[in-house]
Write a protein that binds this ligand. Structure first.
Ligand code: SF4
Length: 191
């Protein structure tokens, strides 16, 4: 049985896939407890894998993209079964992870890693994109942990102007490596 916080249909607001419609499956719980966390990942309901696949269909119809987020989606053992069931249902699966839990994922799963207090080298190596949160400082310590060709997004916490300025300055200093990623969904008032 999976532990879930919410399932909803929206648009990816961050990173490489910004603007792409997607069904979001927010799994409950996290193995970290970051002081700045503003995500409500509290447990709201339990559901078997088959019910989650059905809810994804009800919410998103033929939408091909499903984003598993959290909390930490890889902290639940049944998440791998959910990934397989969604792929079997014809969906593309993206995962947004803090990158702490080494997990073997199918090759066609897109992995976004946003490191916080620690990072698994396996997950850093597997990441399709990295998202670094800029909150009063640019977390330069994570940049070298990812492959040189891994797209790396600097995301200003809360879209705050001071964090945006830090991120823009850092991206301008290292234009071959860093890009700005704003939480665009917050500008247009969607989840
Ligand atoms: S890893 Fe992410 S979801 Fe978990 S506590 Fe930290 S910011 Fe929140």
């Amino acid at each position: 049985m999976l532990q879930l916080a919410e399932i909803f249909y929206s648009v990816q607001g961050e990173g490489m896939w910004t603007g792409t419609p997607a069904v979001f499956v927010r799994l409950a719980g996290c193995n970290l407890s970051c002081s700045f966390c503003d995500t409500d990942y509290a447990l709201k309901f339990f559901a078997p894998v088959s019910d989650v696949v059905r809810r994804v269909r009800e919410e998103g119809g033929a939408c091909p993209l499903v984003i598993l987020t959290g909390g930490e989606p890889l902290a639940q053992r049944e998440t791998l079964a959910l990934i397989d069931a969604l792929r079997a249902d014809g969906r593309r699966v993206h995962i947004e992870s803090n990158g702490t839990l080494p997990t073997e994922l199918p090759d066609d799963v897109w992995l976004t890693v946003s490191p916080k207090e620690r990072l698994s080298p396996e997950m850093a190596g597997r990441a399709n994109e990295a998202k670094l949160i800029v909150d009063g400082r640019v977390p330069e310590e994570w940049i070298g942990a990812f492959g040189e060709t891994t797209p790396m997004f600097l995301q200003p916490e809360g879209n705050k102007p001071s964090n945006v300025a830090l991120a823009v300055d850092a991206a301008k200093r290292d234009p071959g490596r860093l890009r700005l990623s704003l939480q665009t969904h917050k500008f247009i008032g969607v989840r």
